[in-house]
Write a protein that binds this ligand. Structure first.
Ligand code: SF4
Length: 383
């Protein structure tokens, strides 16, 4: 296991946040204070199995040890500023991550799963032109505890209604592979038996195509989603500047390497932009482009937001694109959109605590074929 860059040490001033620790980190941290290794395991069991975060309730620890641990470890999580529930059951949580910044996590229910979409950064430097988050330059990368914290807070909230998160996708605000230490640190906590204990197959990392870091998704043995959004380099570069640095040929080669290493097909997220990526001829080119890449395609009709400069295709155009891609043999999904009445769309998330009621944005054109279509700019959590 690779040590985390932000491994807490005794040299650091003040108590450390528990949710930043792997088991190994906590063992090492406690060792510096002369504590036995097994104490770390005991604390992990209390927190992740029993959801006990008060040392006074950890009765298999001595009174003296509990008093000492209170000075070494905190269980602070980002406060929830808003919790909105859509008519369709989608839930949005807005967290205060200090300095006037906020992040969002979204819970999306479907027949057989409850998927949590988490943020990895405040803002994003990738600058994808169709994405509202991309207009908000990177302010800060989230820490491991802020990512694990999103999971724990949402999970605790869902418990009240006997619900449980079944899947987690890194598709919220930010480019996950631009924050590898915290993202893969949080994944370790989330999948490990001593942590949340969620199967790796239920964890998906989505990237805009940061090729040098994509091997880490395979190494972590979690699923890969790629925000594709273009059927050739010219178009993709137009909507995603990262394509100029890492063009499609290299990106798809890396995808094949991922498949070879894991045997898992990739999810390709494809935003339908009116007149740019939504034509029948584009569907043909897209299927041709991906013919050698083991993948499925998620179609995401664009949801307009102020100043985007892009338009949403008509319902008929979307249907025609979908039909053509299927006719050509691609596995292509047009997912039901959820949560639009609370503006719970990835890529349209605000970084300011004082949000001008984004949940009241116009959602009047949100129907496709009589079904709501979700407005993820980076794809839907359907992987
Ligand atoms: S789509 Fe993703 S990678 Fe691109 S700007 Fe938005 S958050 Fe960043």
């Amino acid at each position: 296991m690779q040590p985390l860059e932000n491994t807490p040490t005794a040299d650091a001033v003040g108590p450390r946040n528990f949710y930043s620790f792997t088991l190994e980190n906590l063992e090492a941290y406690l060792k510096q204070y002369g504590k036995e290794k097994f104490r770390a395991q005991q604390i992990f069991k209390w927190v992740y199995e029993q959801r006990v975060t008060d040392f006074d309730q950890m009765l298999n620890l001595s009174k003296d040890l509990r008093a000492e641990l209170k000075n070494l470890i905190t269980f602070d999580l980002p406060p929830v500023l808003k919790h909105l529930i859509s008519v369709d059951g989608t839930q949005k949580f807005l967290f205060d991550v200090r300095d006037g910044n906020s992040i969002e996590a979204v819970v999306i229910p479907s027949d057989d799963r409850l998927t949590l979409c988490v943020s990895s950064e405040i803002g994003c430097n990738m600058g994808c032109h169709f994405c509202f988050t991309g207009k908000q330059k990177l302010k800060r990368r989230l820490s491991t505890e802020e990512i694990v914290g999103q999971f724990m807070i949402v999970q605790d909230s869902l418990k009240k209604t006997n619900q449980k998160i079944s899947n987690i996708v890194f598709m919220g605000m930010g480019e996950p592979l631009d924050n590898c230490e915290a993202v893969f640190g949080s994944i370790e906590v989330i999948h490990s038996p001593w942590g949340v204990n969620l199967s790796r197959k239920k964890i998906t990392v989505s990237t805009s195509g940061l090729i040098p870091e994509m091997y880490r998704v395979a190494d972590a043995k979690v699923r890969l989603a790629v925000s594709l959004n273009g059927y050739n380099d010219e178009v993709r570069s137009e909507v995603m500047p990262i394509n100029k640095k890492y063009p499609l040929k290299d990106l798809l080669e890396e995808c094949k390497r991922y498949y070879k290493a894991t045997g898992e097909r990739i999810t390709m997220e494809y935003v339908l932009l009116k007149g740019i990526t939504d034509q029948i001829s584009h569907a043909k080119e897209l299927v041709r482009l991906l013919k050698d890449v083991p993948c499925k395609i998620n179609l995401i009709p664009f949801n307009e937001h102020p100043g985007s400069g892009f338009e949403r295709p008509s319902d008929e155009t979307v249907q025609a694109f979908h039909t053509e891609a299927m006719r050509l043999g691609a596995q292509v999904l047009l997912r039901r959109t959820m949560g639009r009445d609370i503006f719970a769309a990835c890529g349209q998330l605000a970084t300011k605590v004082k949000v001008d009621h984004p949940e009241r944005m116009d959602i009047s054109n949100s129907k496709i074929g009589g079904t709501n279509v979700r407005s993820f700019s980076r794809g839907q959590p359907s992987v």
